[in-house]
Design a protein around this ligand. Sequence first.
Ligand code: DLZ
Ligand code: SF4
Length: 509
Amino acid sequence: MASVRNLILVLGDQLSPSISSLVAGDPKRDRVLLAELHDEAIYVRHHKKKIAFLFSAMRHFAKELRALGWVVDYVTLDDPAHQGSFSAQVAHAVAEHRPERIIVTEAGEWRVRQMLEQWPTKLSMPVDILPDERFLCSREDFKAWTEGRKQLRMEYFYREMRRRTGLLMDGDQPAGGKWNLDAQNRKAADADLFMPQPRACAPDTVTQAVLALVEARFADHFGDLEPFWFAVTRADAEAAFREFIDRALPHFGDFQDAMLQGESFLYHAVIAQYLNCGLLDPLRICTEVEAAYRAGKAPLNAAEGFIRQVIGWREYVRGIYWLEMPGYERSNFFGHTRPLPAFYWTADTDMACVKAAVTQTREQAYAHHIQRLMVTGNFAMLAGIDPHEVHEWYLAVYADAYEWVELPNTVGMSQFADGGLLASKPYAASGAYINRMSNYCGSCRYDVKQRTGAAACPFNALYWDFIARHRDRIGNNPRMAQMVRTYDKFPADERQRITDSAAQFLASL
Ligand code: DLZ
Ligand code: SF4
C-alpha cells in the first residue's frame, strides 16, 4: 500500500471541499479522516435531529470527496475502529498510516482548539493548523479592529465589512443611502395560508441508516428525529437557499421579528444549519441575495437585513468569541443561579409563547431569532436562570448551534451576562413586547394586560422585579434608567405586589 504523506482531519462543521486543510493537501498522496464521534454527540446532549443531520451530511460529504479523487477514511459511530474522541481517533489513524504530518483547519470551538494544540506533543508529530478562510474576517483582523476602541459595537464592524466585501455598496456609499434598515424590519405578521415553507428533502437511504443509528444510540436525547427534512448535501442545501430567495426573501425583512402560533418559520431562511457546517458559503449566499435585490426581486430592507446577519453579526460574534474565550463561558454579570426549569425540555408550561418556542424546538431543532431572544432567552434572564445552563441548552437544542456562534449570542446578547460587552442594553421585555410581535397571547391562559396576581402574564411581574433587583447594575445605562424611574413611580403597594407575584411564580417553577 502506498504510504500516506499527510493525514487531513476534517471536523464535522468543515464540510466544504474548499476548506483550507483540503486545499493544502493532495488527493494522490494524502488521506482524509472524518469521524462520527460519541464524545462530540454527548459533550452537551445534542438534539437527535442535529446529530442525525450532521452525521448524514458528513457521510454525504465523504462521498463528495471520493468523487473528487480523495481517499477518505470515514469512521461511523458503530464502526469497530470508532475511538470515541478526536484525539483517540487521530492517534489510531496515526498508528495505522504513519503519516509525516497532520493537517487540520482551525476548530470552531475553544475546547477542540485546546485538543488540537496538544497533538504535536502527544503524537510526536507536526500538526499544521490552518486558518478557516470561510470566515470573512480572520481572528487577527478582528482583534486589530478592536484595538483602541472603547466600545465594540457591531454596527461599526458591519460597515467595515460592507466596505471590505463591496456588498450593497454604490461606490463608497451604502446602497440606498443608509447602512442599516433594521427599523423597517419590525412588523407584526398575520396568519397567511400561503406562507412559504422551507424546502423539505426526503431522507435517502444514507439518511435512513443514520436515523436508525441515532434512534438506537441517543434515544434519551431531547428532540424528535422525524419528520426529518433537512438537506444533507451541498446541492440540496443550495436548492433550499434558492427557494428561500424566490419565495421568502421578499418578506424576510418586514416580518423578521414576528411570531405566529403554528408557524415555525415565517419568512426566515432556515439555512444556518447548512451555513455553519459548511454546506453553504457565506460570501456566495450574500452575493446571491444582493443580485436578487439588484434585479428588483427583493426590497432593500430584506437584502440588507439578511446580509447584515451574515457578514455583520455572524462574523462579529465569532470575533468576540475568540477575543473573550476561555473566560467568557463563565460570565455571570447578574449573579444568576436558578436552575433551568424543566419546561425548557418538556414544554409543559401554561405560557403559550414559551410552549410554542419549546415545542417547535423539540420538533424542528429550530426556532427563529426573536423566539430565542425575546421568549426563551428573555424569560431565562428575567427569572434569574444560571446563564451557563442557558448556554448549554441553546448549544444542545439547535441544529445550527456551535459554540463560537451560540455562546456570544446567549451569554452576551440574550442574558447580558457579559455586562454589556456585546449588547448595549439587556434585552429584557414584559409581555407587551411579545403581544405586539405575536398572536400567542390571545390563546394564553395568562392575561398579558395584568401586571400582578395569579392570572397575570408572568413576564410582567418578572420584568419589573428584574428592574428592581438589578437597579444598581443597570440604572446607569441610559436606556434602562427610564425603566428604573417608571418602577420608582409605582405606589409602594404595587411594588410589593410585583415582588410577591414574581416570588410566587418563581417558587412554582
Ligand atoms: C456537533 C458535532 C457532533 C454532534 N458530532 C460530531 C462528530 O461526530 N464529528 C465531528 O467531527 N464533529 C462533530 N460535531 C462538531 C464538533 O463537536 C465541533 O463543534 C466542531 O468541530 C467545532 O470545533
Ligand atoms: Fe407569553 Fe404572557 Fe403572552 Fe402568555 S400572556 S403568551 S405568557 S407573553
